[in-house]
Design a protein around this ligand. Structure first.
Ligand code: ADP
Ligand code: 5GP
Length: 200
């Protein structure tokens, strides 16, 4: 795993407590797209880089979209207590490195975790001050179209992700806010409004 060190130059100190925002939502709903739009508008928002055992997609590089690790390395991270949460999703394992999240929050930087439902539930238990946002598609047909349009998964993986989508959307009441991703700019503006609110 590449180091997720804190770059103090771009993490200004803040007198208020930065807020942790957990963004969940079905695979293909547009979490990555909306968060990228948020970062374009507000580069000081920090988005956690997860570890995963999934193979990189074309265009993905280690330490940018994910820290790509193997199963043994993932086990070691768990054993060393280095993951804030972790889960298995559609046959691969995903987890949030603990230290960078703690460091960025301590530096006063609004922080976002883009993770699935099981991980969000673990964060709710361990970090109850976080806010929980669910991004939803305008319809299941649109979700399928987006997943197919992305062309990153084969049919079995795509169907596994659609099955998980039903479960994730059924948990909407566990979240503090629901944002419908009907339009990237509109959804990003709504998300920014939540991320920027400080806690404490
Ligand atoms: P996730 O990170 O939730 O898995 P992505 O951000 O990869 O989803 O988006 C899945 C696909 O849907 C991408 O091809 C993206 O361009 C497209 N997409 C995202 N948001 C919208 C939107 N509001 N309208 C239409 N297409 C969208
Ligand atoms: P993908 O393979 O499409 O990149 O991600 C699949 C799912 O895993 C998405 O719902 C994504 O939000 C979730 N995910 C990514 N990183 C993490 C993580 O660190 N922890 C958990 N629990 N889920 C994650």
């Amino acid at each position: 795993m590449t180091s997720g060190s804190l770059d103090s130059a771009d993490a200004p100190a803040s007198p208020t407590k930065a807020r942790l925002t957990v963004l969940s939502g079905p695979s293909g709903v547009g979490k990555g797209t909306v968060v990228a739009e948020v970062r374009k508008l507000f580069p000081h928002v920090w988005v956690s880089v997860s570890c995963t055992t999934r193979k990189p997609r074309p265009g993905e590089s280690d330490g940018v979209q994910y820290h790509f690790v193997n199963d043994a390395q993932f086990d070691e991270l768990i054993a060393a207590g280095e993951l804030l949460e972790y889960a298995t999703f559609a046959g691969n394992r995903y987890g949030t490195p603990r230290k960078p999240v703690q460091q960025h929050l301590a530096a006063g930087r609004p922080t976002v975790l883009e993770i699935e439902l099981q991980g969000a539930r673990q964060i709710r238990d361990s970090m109850p001050d976080a806010q929980f946002v669910l991004l939803t598609p305008p319809s299941m047909a649109e979700l399928r179209d987006r997943l197919m349009g992305r062309r990153t998964e084969g049919v079995p993986d795509l169907e596994a992700r659609m099955a998980r989508a039903e479960i994730e959307l059924a948990a909407a009441e566990e979240f503090d806010r629901v944002i419908v991703n009907d339009d990237v700019q509109r959804a990003a503006a709504e998300l920014v409004g939540l991320i920027e609110v400080v806690s404490g």
